[in-house]
Write a protein that binds this ligand. Sequence first.
Ligand code: TYC
Length: 101
Amino acid sequence: MSDIDIKPRPRTRTRTRRPKLHKVILVNDDFTPREFVVKVLMGEFRIAEAQAHKVMITAHRKGSCVVSVYPQDVAETKATRATEMGRAQGYPLLFTTEPEE
Ligand code: TYC
């Protein structure tokens, strides 16, 4: 037997909780042109045109549509930037965020 006494240390499991992802939601309005919404989606959220068009049409028909999910800070920054792109052109375009269940 070796004279070094190696005791196995009881491992206390510490749970690593993944922070909740947050949804970015596109909200419909009656004024922002459809093509402009598609451009903002493509530019800020790196969505291809066909998908951007689907998201825009879904928000247009249903009132809102989830664009994508991100860590909270990223979701909030993108929602703010995208909302400001509309505001800069005088449109009431709105992106909101909410935590995923
Ligand atoms: N409803 C707008 C129109 O008819 C288009 C639009 C779609 C605006 C989705 C906002 O989130 C939106 N011009």
